[in-house]
Design a protein around this ligand. Structure first.
Ligand SMILES: Nc1ncnc2c1ncn2[C@@H]1O[C@H](COP(=O)(O)OP(=O)(O)OP(=O)(O)O)[C@@H](O)[C@H]1O
Ligand SMILES: O=P(O)(O)OC[C@H]1O[C@H](OP(=O)(O)OP(=O)(O)O)[C@H](O)[C@@H]1O
Ligand SMILES: O=C(O)c1cccnc1
Length: 489
């Protein structure tokens, strides 16, 4: 049985090692050393050419609610060996860091900082787990949704995933992420209530199974609803489902809005074409064909290629579980730390060049052409640099520096916005519809080469010369340090 606490909080939604480290920091007296951490992912999800950032809304709520409640402290007293003095410190803890983040709905790419947390070391450490938890999931679903949106054109997309989602939170927040990514409506009624997302629903096979008869089931539904979409595949789509839907629609006339029929099995290309003929011949050219059944961007694209006559797509499992790539793999790394009163940039080395982190507190700039706003790439600088001061930019690949270009007549938009300043919320939250529109507009500025579903071009995420030199110098320093260790053995 789950224990119930009237003062339960999300503050303990963290890994035990974060609290263990905080205890060490506190006991060593370094808990307030100034630190900078950044969130980034290393590999594009779904081999996509872009990703859509989502999760900020929930992170804001989480950070605002951060405090160790009485029952949190009592639990830690029982479950850990923490001293009373340390528990007292936790009891008085208030988040006082600064958080900068990419806006929800914006495009993001691998190896760029999408969230930056700056402030006391302990504060930065405490929130790592929850931040990654939220961003890893929501960004994945918004991206998957956007990929599905990219193949449907002007058709409608309905989110049907709640029953298959990895639990209730995932269903709810996944629905919101899907809406940001381009879905038009959801079947989840609570998501409609909480987020103001349009809700939509047809009916299930159970209704038809109850009557054991398409006609009676559709008639019952039609006499109790104005908007009607009949599920026609329970027994035989072409011989019973659609003819009975047409019969009921004719009998009911203006009393109902006959929106269409839904098919949920069989060869959906073949069946949808025959269903379209039947509806047209019966005088219902505006009734639309809805389809559902394990759909994703690949199946939908394939059905469209086969000339399927489907205009509304219901997508569940493969969207809400990010079926073909269930983890984004975003990480949270320290990039700068106060040492002897000065900030020291830090690195995590690896034999794999792509896994070497980029040290220093940074900003990302989206570089676009002044003439038409089209994207040139993202440009990562140290935080105090401002490329808007320059007439032209030298952009080069951070690993293959011979791939380079000079960009002039450009605009540079800083992507990391300040959300919390020294613990205080300073960000005006946009509405969900504003986020959705912003996302669509951002995508419009991206060249098609980065948007295609299969083997997209790699979008440039480049380092400024200073950022690059800083990285190289630190790598050199660390190598020298490691070599000295070897010699002293
Ligand atoms: N013409 C088509 N081309 C490609 N894929 C299709 C086509 N028609 C349907 N599909 C997809 O093929 C899969 C078929 O699923 P499945 O094998 O479960 O068959 P089904 O028709 O759903 O059978 P059942 O009656 O048991 O539900 C689904 O993912 C569906 O979206
Ligand atoms: O296939 P998905 O993309 O996950 O979409 C959601 C599925 O959920 C429903 O099926 P289910 O068998 O759960 O219920 P039903 O009795 O209404 O068919 C619906 O008919 C879809 O097939
Ligand atoms: O409204 C629907 O048709 C629906 C909702 C959830 C899951 N499958 C279908």
């Amino acid at each position: 049985m789950v224990k119930k606490f009237p003062d339960d909080s999300l503050t303990l939604h963290t890994d035990a090692y974060q609290l263990n480290m905080i205890q060490t920091y506190w006991q060593e007296g370094i808990q307030n050393k100034h630190a900078v951490f950044e969130v980034f992912f290393r590999k594009m999800p779904f081999d996509s050419g872009y990703a859509i950032f989502a999760g900020l809304e929930r992170i804001i709520d989480y950070v605002q609610g951060l405090h160790f409640s009485k029952s949190d402290i009592e639990y830690l007293r029982e479950a850990t060996g923490y001293t009373e003095e340390f528990l007292k410190y936790l009891e008085n803890f208030h988040f006082s860091g600064t958080i900068r983040s990419v806006s929800e709905g914006d495009l993001v790419f691998n190896n760029e900082p999408i969230i930056q947390v700056e402030g006391p070391l302990a504060d930065c450490q405490l929130i790592e787990t929850a931040l990654l938890n939220v961003v890893n999931y929501q960004t994945l679903i918004a991206t998957k949704a956007s990929r599905i949106k990219s193949v449907v054109g002007s058709d409608k997309l309905l989110e049907f995933g709640t029953r298959r989602a990895q639990e209730m939170d995932a269903a709810l927040w996944g629905t919101r992420a899907a809406y940001i990514g381009g879905f038009d409506a959801t079947s989840n009624v609570r998501a409609g209530k909480l987020f103001n997302i349009p809700i939509s629903g047809t009916h299930a096979h159970a209704l038809v199974q109850y009557y054991m008869n398409d006609y009676e089931a559709f008639k019952a539904y039609a006499t109790t609803h104005r908007d009607c979409v009949f599920l026609v595949d329970t027994f035989d789509t072409l011989r019973s489902g659609v003819p009975n839907a047409i019969r009921v629609a004719k009998e009911m006339g203006d009393k109902i809005n006959f929106l269409g029929v839904r098919i949920d099995s069989g060869d959906m290309a073949y069946i949808s074409k025959r269903v379209r003929e039947q509806l047209d011949e019966a005088g219902f050219p505006d009734a639309k064909i809805y389809a559902s059944n394990d759909l994703d961007e690949k199946t939908i694209q394939n059905l469209k290629m086969q000339g399927a006559k489907i205009e509304v797509w219901g997508v569940g499992t493969k969207l809400i579980t990010a079926y073909d790539q269930p983890a984004l793999g975003a990480v949270y790394k320290m990039v700068s730390i106060e040492r002897d009163g000065k900030m020291l940039d830090t690195i995590k080395l690896s034999n794999n060049a792509e896994k070497v982190s980029t040290p220093g507190k940074k900003q990302i700039w989206r570089i676009t052409r002044k003439s038409d706003g089209k994207s040139e790439g993202d440009y990562i600088t140290l935080f105090d640099e401002d490329p808007r001061k320059d007439d032209s930019l030298y952009m080069f690949h951070p690993n293959f520096t011979y791939i380079n270009k000079i960009v002039s007549d450009f605009e540079a938009r800083p992507l990391l916005q300040t959300i919390f300043e020294d613990g205080k919320l300073v960000y005006d939250r946009p509405s969900l519809d504003e986020i959705k529109h912003f996302s669509r507009n951002s995508l419009d500025l991206l060249w098609d080469e980065y948007k295609r579903d299969l083997n997209p071009q790699e979008y440039p995420v480049d380092l400024s010369q200073r950022c690059y030199d800083n990285k190289m110098n630190i790598i050199k320093e660390v190598r020298e340090y490691v070599n000295e260790l070897k010699f002293s053995e």
